[in-house]
Ligand binder design. Structure first.
Ligand SMILES: Nc1nc2c(ncn2[C@@H]2O[C@H](COP(=O)(O)OP(=O)(O)OP(=O)(O)O)[C@@H](O)[C@H]2O)c(=O)[nH]1
Ligand SMILES: [Mg+2]
Length: 250
């Protein structure tokens, strides 16, 4: 089981219009500070945030209670002039959790109306979550004979394929920066991941390294996934073994 929290800015569209047309720079600064604040407040509680189109953020919130969500809502309200809704969903898969969060928001099922927190009653024992940290092997040399924008275009193509492939398997993929992606999963299947890696290699000539981490909280799962990824690099650099997928569980 995984618990996800989706944070959205309330009434963002109409509010942006009140800024007039010279607004883009202000919206970009706001979105960057909001992401910073959300990542800070949630990671302090062992959660991990994932950017979703800049005006929404997903958080793996395993173990986070309603009171702790309220505490974060209060801090966000102190920092920003905008208000936010939170929708909490749990599920056997990340897709199911996200769809339950959506359902609660659409049906206005409140866990706390004063602080605009939607959701169905929070389950105490949520269980482990998995993160797959994917990183392009040797992106520095791949980028050497491409322009910065051509590299971005390639990364976007990889992201689109990853998102589609993993969504079909009820997992959610996010671009984390540089050549890094993280997939939120609950039951990563190495054969399935290998299938994705083979397709990408065939279509784009790109190799991914892939670290898997499983833990009770989002932050711990990410830590183990990144540790697995770094172990793959160490094996490669020591010339010992060619490994593409490695898993660590706490
Ligand atoms: N989000 C995130 N970005 C990272 C991380 N490590 C590196 N980066 C970014 O990824 C870019 C590429 O770095 P690397 O993946 O180490 O470079 P590489 O040439 O592909 O080397 P290998 O992955 O070891 O094959 C860096 O410039 C950073 O922007 C990470 O753990 N998380
Ligand atoms: Mg890399």
């Amino acid at each position: 089981m995984v618990q996800l929290t989706l944070i959205k800015i309330t009434g963002y569209g109409p509010w942006t219009l009140t800024l007039g047309s010279d607004r883009e720079h202000r919206l970009q600064m706001l979105q960057a500070s909001l992401y910073h604040e959300i990542q800070k407040l949630f990671s302090e509680k062992n959660c991990l945030a994932f950017p979703n189109r800049f005006d929404e953020t997903f958080v793996i919130s395993n173990g986070l209670t309603l009171d702790e969500h309220i505490e974060i809502q209060k801090k966000l309200a102190q920092t920003f002039e905008l208000s936010f809704s939170m929708s909490i969903g749990t599920g056997n898969t990340p897709f199911e959790a996200s769809s339950n969060a959506d359902k609660a928001r659409r049906t206005k099922t409140f866990l706390n109306q004063d602080y605009t927190i939607f959701g169905f009653p929070i389950q105490k024992e949520v269980g482990p979550v998995q993160i797959i940290h994917m990183d392009v092997d040797g992106s520095t040399s791949i980028s050497a004979n491409k322009t910065a924008y051509e590299v971005s275009s390639l990364i976007l193509k990889l992201y689109a394929e990853m998102s589609e492939f993993f969504l079909e398997r009820n997992s959610l993929a996010f671009f984390m920066g540089g050549d890094n992606f993280m997939v939120i999963s609950t039951n990563a299947n190495k054969d399935e991941i290998s299938k994705f890696l083979d397709t990408v290699k065939q279509k784009h000539g790109i190799l991914f390294n892939c670290g898997i981490g499983t833990a009770q909280t989002g932050r711990d799962a990410a830590k183990l996934a990144t540790k697995s990824l770094d172990a793959i690099r160490d094996l490669r650099d020591s010339g010992k073994q060619e490994t593409r997928i490695l898993e660590l569980t706490c």
